[in-house]
Design a protein around this ligand. Structure first.
Ligand SMILES: [Zn+2]
Length: 372
């Protein structure tokens, strides 16, 4: 992935290339839904043996290493794991999580790798995704070695929003990295990252793209069909990563299920509501987990498009939201023994509370009890 291949405005890309060419900032925090391809462009440029005005040449040995799945002798990566998978990492040879991670990056060779695919993979046997403290300590040790191919060793923390307080392990390194080291932290959002980390990095915000640019990139750059892309454009919020994800068949199945449930919210018949919940119960877990996100997208889009319009049944947006929360709360209480749906609904409730006007924030606190 070269900067020249990215779909952003030339003025934006020139700024990123200048950062590499000037070489004054050894620690970057790249933030945004599309932060991964931009991070890869930085990594490839830093490792390139024949830099061209701040961009990788695309031809040298280093560039080929990167193209073959983010495996380079001078690249050290830390990505999220669960505690069970962290044990796998101690094994000899190429540990299974590393092989799977590289496969994912080869599969999405354009760099717009949906992080949820990785998070779903690592959590399928249970457990929480974290950037394990042990891995960060090993990272500290390994980045002090000297480069063997190019001028720099590059350390990459992927999904840095999951660092939590373990991020403190990195503070000294971020403060004074050795001269041969470049560090890049990639995060989908900034808010979970400790201020102590933020203040030691140069933050590179990756802006959302216009719908036209997403369309052009997906249809001419990645060769998707115009009719297919047109369907997902309203839901991708200017992110190619999200659009790429939405274009996958199982995501389309999730969309249909989420949409069906959403349409039912204004329906007074509890029979159809319960039928839908049963369908959710039978759906694969990743699909269940995606429903809250879909509903939030629907809610946001609907509020943007028609903030004052009455609903088709004559209700107002506030009434719909009230119904939504009330219905979810009742369903959640009834489903307390059906954990997957209860989790889905609990997450939706929690997220929705942020969207409700102050007077509506009265979802009973005990609703979280269904999970405890
Ligand atoms: Zn190169």
């Amino acid at each position: 992935m070269r900067f020249a291949d990215l779909p952003w405005d030339p003025e934006v890309v020139v700024g990123w290339r200048r950062l590499v060419a000037e070489g004054r900032h050894p620690v970057l925090l790249v933030v945004g839904e599309d932060a991964t391809p931009v991070s890869i462009a930085f990594i490839q440029a830093w490792l390139c043996q024949s830099l061209e005005e701040g961009d990788a040449c695309g031809r040298c040995q280093s560039c080929q290493y990167i193209r073959r799945g983010m495996s380079h002798p001078d690249l050290e990566v830390v990505f999220p794991l669960t505690s069970a998978l962290e044990k796998e990492m101690q094994k000899e040879g190429v540990p299974a999580p590393v092989a799977h991670w590289q496969k994912l990056f080869r599969q999405y060779s354009h760099g717009f790798v949906p992080p949820d695919l990785w998070l779903t993979y690592i959590t399928q046997g249970g457990g929480m995704p974290v950037l394990p403290a042990n891995r960060l300590r090993q990272f500290l040790q390994s980045v002090h070695r000297l480069p063997v191919v190019g001028s720099y060793v590059v350390g990459w923390i992927w999904q840095a929003q999951l660092l939590g307080t373990s991020g403190n392990i990195l503070l000294k390194l971020l403060e004074e990295p050795p001269a041969h080291l470049r560090i890049i932290l990639t995060a989908s959002t900034l808010s979970p990252i400790l201020p102590t980390i933020r203040s030691r990095t140069l933050i590179v915000s990756v802006p959302p793209l216009s719908s036209e640019r997403v369309m052009t990139y997906l249809t001419t750059g990645l060769r998707y069909r115009v009719e297919e892309v047109a369907k997902v454009i309203p839901w991708c919020a200017g992110s190619v990563t999200r659009a790429v994800r939405l274009l996958e068949p199982e995501v389309r199945q999730a969309y249909s299920l989420a949409r069906e449930g959403w349409e039912l919210l204004a329906d007074e018949s509890s029979a159809s509501w319960w039928r839908w919940l049963q369908a959710v119960e039978q759906a694969p877990r990743p699909i269940q987990q995606s429903i809250p996100e879909w509903w939030l997208l629907f809610l946001r889009k609907w509020m943007e498009d028609e903030p004052k319009a009455p609903m088709h049944n004559g209700g107002s947006p506030a009434i719909l939201m009230y119904r939504l929360v009330d219905r979810l709360h009742r369903a959640q209480t009834a489903l307390r023994h059906h954990i997957p749906s209860a989790i889905v609904l609990y997450l939706v409730l929690r997220e929705l509370q942020q969207w409700l006007p102050v007077g509506w924030r009265s979802v009973p606190a005990s609703s979280s009890g269904a999970l405890s």
